[in-house]
Design a binder for this molecule. Sequence first.
Ligand code: PLP
Length: 429
Amino acid sequence: MKFKKSEKLYKKGLKNLVGAVNSPVRAFSSVGGNPLFIKKAKGTKITDVDDNEYVDLVLSYGPMILGHRHKKVQKAVEKALENGYSFGASTENEIKLAKIVCDAFPEMDKVRFVNSGTEAVLSGIRLARAYTGKDKIIKFSGCYHGHQDALLVAAGSGLATLSLPGSKGVPEGAVKNTLIAEYNNLESVKKHFETHNDIAGVIIEPVGGNMGVVIPQNNFLVELKAYLESKGALLIVDEVMTGFRSKFGGAQELLGVTADITCLGKVIGGGFPVGAYGARNEIMENVAPLGGMYQAGTLSGNPIAMAGGIATLTELKKQNPYDQFEETGSILEVILLETAKKYNVDITVNRFGSMLNPFFTKTKVTNFEEAQTSDTEKFAVFFWEMIKNGVFLPPSQFEAWFLSSALKDKDIKKVAKAIEAGMLAVSKM
Ligand SMILES: *Cc1c(COP(=O)(O)O)cnc(C)c1O
């Protein structure tokens, strides 16, 4: 397999782009080598500029849940393009997408569209503060909520991959209202409430997806919600990764918990930049123009992005692929475990529906600390074997792999073969 053109573009890209990437998760810092440059994608496959073709388990870090360039999405977007790209005024499609989203999340009466997951969460946090009149927010170590200052501490994959504890350039003042708790540990949340009386709410990934996949244990979210209600604090559920992916109504639907404020991104735009935050009327009425919390966006509700989102979610609802995800996911999980066993490689596999990944560790992984016991050098070797055998994975031990509803048996076979090669290579280290 040759990567000549990718190498050439990488070198060229270094001149005017930072690290030749526009998001550090795309750099190959922790696996070595150069990032791949992509030419195109269709269905389950992605092709790099050297014409190497891979089964894509990155799926743009989640959004491409139907596979790439689904016919109906492509058509809807092409049609939208004919009417113009951006108007700075409302369109009917914004109402349509809002209805689809509010119908999916039962306690959501109103939604506001933004352009990214980061924006969705930073607005959701502002809203929690506006509504409660309190300043402090609790976040969990290892959860990532986008790159806003206040939450860029103990923030999972991107930072962990680069071995950064937090980010430079974030002033102390920006994080002074951020409290850190441990995932799956309600006591660590309660402790903060014992020492602070100005906590607006808790933000959580309902399923950890940015420290590798970490699953909430023993009704953690339900207990957390009940506790927060008793304290008059809000539960802000960051479903940017899990929304429409775990279930159409997000991880909340599966876990039997309802957020006070829900943040969305990724799948909601089907590959176009869309984020959203929503809540019941009483909370959303605080947002301008109805209330005093300001939040705006020149391109928010962009007509092309709305068309992509509506087509994606409509098709997703019709396909209802969640049983299929469960089945395909468990097949992959078993393949990973059995192959690792065959080659005497220690791994732990965490999976939640169509999100999964192996951790190269013996330890059970239920929080960020345990995730960090993984052997990232083993992951790097495994990663490159997967690439060479035609499977595109996120270049980090601490990212989830994603499945699309387009995956076929022959794709799974290709992935299984690559896993065999990967585990063999790791066993020889
Ligand atoms: C990806 C992600 C974000 C950030 O979304 P962007 O669109 O990258 O800004 C926030 N929260 C979670 C849980 C995510 O997975």
